[in-house]
Design a binder for this molecule. Structure first.
Ligand SMILES: [Zn+2]
Length: 270
């Protein structure tokens, strides 16, 4: 994380992380983007529009506003193609503790973002990170040995000092998982809408059983593209139907940033 981050970048980052308060508990409806909903008066000044295509697309993010400059100038950006991983000399210890919780699904115009009431954490190398939100990309943002997956989930965590840990899970289209069907049943179709699921939801049930993973240091994959993000990519994919991928794409469209240069970064494997 850049220590020179100004208040604007911090606001954008917190919005990206879902640290801003939700709009309202159930069926909130707004035409504003999620990044601004908690502070409508600042809509124009606080957040520059960005997109996955056209003049506001990924090739131009770094030029849209100076707060997004890292998207252009950063040299530890995400996503990347995972290849030639080295077996880590010092194995990561990863413990994930997700508990059943009330969850909220928000269509923020860039993805479907799921937040939860409380109580989900992950420990990486004895540092505890709280789960802030999870969300989806279609197709996957990371590639593994040059191959993209139909979708990718990102579980975004933050520790007390603000360090960010993202646990990524690849999604294959070969069968269905009842836990995802529950989320898909309530996907908010309209941008700015947030839905409270009428049942307690077990986030842990989404995860694969094994925690074998790749790890590397990268960035947020959306503006402001802040670096210093610890990435963990679980090796075991989870499963979703083609129809559900199609359903997501009809609501959100393509939402994957292109692969970024790896440069001289190590990728460790466990
Ligand atoms: Zn993401």
């Amino acid at each position: 994380m850049k220590t020179s981050m100004n208040w604007f970048a911090a606001f954008s980052l917190f919005a990206t992380l879902g640290l801003l308060p939700p709009i309202s508990p159930t069926y909130a409806n707004s035409t504003k983007s999620q990044d601004n909903v908690s502070n409508p008066s600042s809509e124009q000044s606080m957040e520059s529009h960005w997109d996955y295509m056209g003049i506001d697309g990924p090739e131009h993010w770094g030029m849209l506003t100076k707060e997004y400059m890292t998207c252009e100038t950063g040299n530890r950006q995400s996503p990347i193609n995972i290849s030639m991983a080295k077996h880590g000399q010092q194995h990561n210890s990863l413990v994930i503790r997700y508990h059943p919780s009330q969850v909220y699904e928000l269509n923020n115009g860039h993805t479907i973002q799921v937040s939860h009431a409380s109580g989900c954490e992950a420990d990486l190398n004895n540092r505890t990170y709280k789960l802030r939100q999870f969300h989806f990309h279609a197709p996957s943002e990371h590639h593994i040995e040059g191959q993209a997956f139909p979708m990718e989930m990102h579980f975004v965590h933050q520790d007390k000092k603000g360090h960010i840990l993202v646990i990524a899970v690849m999604m294959k289209t070969d069968s269905s998982m009842p836990v995802l069907e529950k989320l898909w049943r309530w996907l908010p179709k309209q941008q700015g809408r947030e839905v409270s699921l009428p049942l307690e939801f077990s986030i842990a049930d989404i995860l694969p059983t094994a925690t074998h993973h790749y790890s590397y240091s990268g960035s947020l994959t959306t503006p402001p593209c802040s670096e210093g993000v610890q990435w963990i990519l679980l090796k075991e994919p989870i499963h979703i139907t083609k129809e559900d991928v199609e359903g997501f794409r009809q609501i959100i469209g393509h939402n994957a940033r292109p692969i970024q240069p790896r440069r001289n970064r190590n990728i460790e494997e466990k």
